[in-house]
Write a protein that binds this ligand. Structure first.
Ligand code: ATP
Ligand code: MG
Length: 412
């Protein structure tokens, strides 16, 4: 198939917008005789005049050949083997051209069959993600009509949508992610297939879905993404109690807090806070209802230890049926949620001497408290009291919660 080639005058991607490390990787691969392009989300975002989150490279070099060429490369992944080339904190992901089976409606377990550049495009998810950029002559190469789809702001799968969703149901989550992020319309056939295939979502890898959910929580478009996830019935399949809560909550508390999360993430970008913060914020409305219900039906105000136990239990109930949250994330979320009732005690007793818990998640707990103040401005004086105490405190003055002290792991 002959691709459409778009020149600089047509696509208007300014060469200085291309990440210098990605350009270096492509140039070095090309000098060694391997075809290589910039591909996927990076090209899409540049065409939309947005700042790409990452730059991916696609090449005909095999993983071992890539590793031989770059001292700073490591090979990762089993389902999808690729090279990570590290430049300080930055990683350029380099994947070998693959061919995919476009016809068989069965779950893809491994995706490591090498192919041509055209096959590599055809195995990708949506037409807008199937564009190559060649930095050498500054052209965009389009085998799948992704360029006109971007102009029409349309999301369309490459190939038969129902086959593509059954092969990899995570693509349905990705469809809603792009829908939320760019406010694009979904092509009618893709839309129909999505409704038809949604039950397949539970066949997907929980870790991959969790990664997409976490990415969306920090994307600045979490509110519209979770609305879509709920609207299309996927939330019910993945986190049923959350969907149930949304159905019954006339105050729309989940979406209200997600809107505040979005504002916070946009302000903080690119120095995003730990992912435990947006995930705890998502759980807070249900947790608050649970704790207030518990307090109402107990003789004594629940103490902080019990509240922490409830937080842990709630997180397990919400996520465990399908997901397996990393322990570090779960314990940070437990702390963030439970700390809210230290900041604003259930019995409304006045706080004269704030006793700060000693935990590295304290700034995250205060950040959730700040979000609550946006919804309930009357909490602001208490927030000021606690933040001033945190500012003054030294580790000796703080009180240990007995929580395990864990280090945050680096993530991409
Ligand atoms: P983001 O901006 O969130 O990074 P992205 O589209 O770049 O979005 P990545 O996960 O970085 O998402 O994937 C890079 C590219 O790999 C995509 O643009 C797409 O071409 C391809 N891809 C990713 N996931 C799939 C999938 N499940 N099926 C087919 N192709 C995929
Ligand atoms: Mg990407």
């Amino acid at each position: 198939m002959q691709p459409k080639i778009y020149s600089l005058e047509e696509h208007c991607i300014s060469p200085d917008k291309i990440d210098s490390h990605a350009s270096y990787v492509i140039q070095k691969l090309r000098q060694a005789g391997y075809k290589s392009y910039l591909v996927g989300g990076g090209v899409r975002d540049l065409l939309l005049n947005q700042r790409p989150k990452d730059f991916d490279v696609s090449t005909e070099a095999k993983p071992e050949e890539i590793r031989a060429l770059f001292r700073n490369a490591i090979l990762i992944g089993r389902r999808f083997r690729l090279a990570h080339i590290r430049f300080g904190k930055k990683i350029i992901e380099v994947a070998t051209f693959r061919s995919g089976d476009l016809e068989t409606a069965a779950l893809i377990v491994r995706d490591n069959v090498w192919g041509s550049e055209e096959e590599d495009v055809l195995r990708r998810d949506f037409t807008i993600n199937g564009l190559f950029y060649n930095p050498e002559n500054q052209t965009v190469i389009d085998y799948v009509d992704g360029f006109p789809d971007l102009e029409k702001r349309t999301l369309r799968t490459i190939g038969q949508p129902d086959v593509r969703f059954v092969q990899d149901p995570v693509r349905m989550i990705r469809l809603l992610k792009f829908c939320a992020r760019f406010n694009f319309q979904i092509h009618p056939l893709t839309h129909e297939a999505m409704l038809h295939c949604r039950d397949h979502i539970i066949n997907s890898s929980p870790a991959r879905i969790l990664e997409e959910l976490l990415r969306m929580l920090e994307s600045g478009s979490a509110e519209s993404f979770f609305r879509l996830l709920h609207q299309y019935g996927l939330l019910k399949l993945l986190i049923a109690p959350l969907a149930h809560f949304i159905d019954l909550d006339s105050e729309n508390r989940i979406f209200k807090i997600l809107k505040i999360v979005d504002d916070e993430m946009r302000v903080r970008f690119p120095d995003l806070p730990d992912r435990a913060l947006p995930l705890a914020a998502l759980c807070f409305p249900i947790f608050d209802l649970t704790i207030r219900h518990l307090a109402k039906h107990s003789d004594k105000t629940p103490h902080l230890g019990l509240i922490a136990q409830e937080a842990y239990q709630l997180i397990t109930n919400l996520f465990s049926p399908f997901f397996c949250l990393p322990r570090r994330l779960q314990s940070a979320m437990t702390f963030i949620l439970a700390a809210q009732y230290r900041f604003t005690p259930l019995d409304n007793r006045p706080i004269r001497h704030p006793r700060l818990p000693h935990d590295e998640a304290l700034p995250l707990a205060l950040a959730l408290f700040k979000m609550r103040c946006t919804l309930q401005p009357e909490l602001t004086p208490l927030y000021t009291l606690w933040t001033e105490a945190a500012f003054r405190s030294t580790p000796e003055q703080t009180e240990s919660t007995g929580e395990p002290r864990t280090k945050r792991r680096r993530r991409r």
